[in-house]
Design a protein around this ligand. Structure first.
Ligand SMILES: [Zn+2]
Length: 216
């Protein structure tokens, strides 16, 4: 049998088949979109894992590409590409005309949800990740690892020993990021908000020395 020779009706009438499919899709568009949306919501975690796996695999196969290089590439070429694209597609309106106003409006609209999220282990983490990136700190941790550190320190503030819930605990870096501390789990300690803000960029030892002097 010749595999290239069309045998089924579908193969012989490819155009008609495709047209029928297109028509079918147009007819059931709403339904199909709803189905896909449901599917995506159901498989959110799984797909995220898959994406992470494939990204990891890509990085493994392309060891030369570091985040730093992508950043440089974007600075050199990406910005220009974006500019050119906007120039050649002038009819397309910017999705977010004013980013600052847009994000502020978003914040106002979703305030309670955002504040709630920031207090969660994931939210605390993402805040620290942003700061760690700013300081070019090495290391990373998962929300689960942060919870482990929190439990390790007895669910209390590392400095004043006040009992904390996971929601109340803020993530403090024993050695501050601004002074070369890493973002590995071992450098994380739970702290109450007052201690964390008064510790500022001191190390644990400096801060404990200071607060014992204050309490004397
Ligand atoms: Zn404290």
């Amino acid at each position: 049998m010749n595999p290239d020779k069309p045998t089924t009706w579908k193969q012989r009438n490819k155009e008609r088949y495709l047209a029928a499919q297109r028509k079918n899709y147009a007819k059931n568009r709403e339904k199909k979109i709803a189905y896909h949306r449901k599917w995506r919501a159901k498989n959110l975690e799984k797909n995220r894992e898959k994406r992470r796996d494939s990204q990891r695999e890509w990085r493994r196969l392309h060891p030369g590409y570091s985040r730093e290089q992508w950043k440089n590439w974007y600075k050199k070429k990406g910005v220009q590409y974006a500019r050119d694209y906007r120039k050649s597609h002038p009819a397309k309106p910017r999705v977010r005309p004013d980013r600052k106003a847009w994000s502020h409006a978003y914040y106002l609209k979703n305030r309670t949800k955002i504040l709630e999220y920031r207090k969660s282990p994931k939210g605390r983490k993402s805040d620290q990740v942003r700061r760690a990136r700013k300081h070019n700190a090495s290391g990373s941790y998962t929300a689960e690892q942060w919870i482990q550190r929190f439990l390790f320190h007895g669910q209390r503030c590392r400095y004043c020993r006040v009992p904390l819930t996971l929601q109340q605990a803020t993530i403090d870096h024993a050695i501050p990021l601004s002074r070369g501390g890493s973002n590995w789990p071992s450098n994380l300690v739970p702290a109450c908000l007052p201690c964390n803000s008064s510790k500022c960029n001191r190390t644990i030892l400096e801060f404990l020395a200071l607060s014992s002097r204050l309490h004397k």
